[in-house]
Design a protein. Structure first.
Length: 84
């Protein structure tokens, strides 16, 4: 019985020592700044390419937001809409 208590005490001390050492190591602590999460992709309605939402050109049309990969696709989309 005394051995069991001794192992539990030593195990607890070892756990707390290792835990405090690991907490001080900066490479092991995970800090989320938003870049670790997968970025949402949106589809360009003109060329059908998927692009990161953060870098897409946005245009609000008829109450909904359209996302474009570049200025050329945005202009082509609206030209096509006026022609046809």
């Amino acid at each position: 019985m005394a051995r069991l208590i001794l192992f539990i005490v030593l195990g607890s001390i070892l756990y707390y020592v290792l835990h405090s050492l690991m907490r001080d190591v900066p490479s092991l602590t995970k800090k989320t700044d938003g870049r670790d999460e997968p970025e949402e992709l949106v589809q360009d309605p003109c060329c059908q390419t998927y692009i990161p939402k953060r870098s897409a050109l946005k245009k609000k049309v008829a109450g909904r937001v359209l996302y474009f990969c570049g200025q050329e696709c945005m202009e082509r989309y609206f030209r096509k809409g006026k022609e046809g």
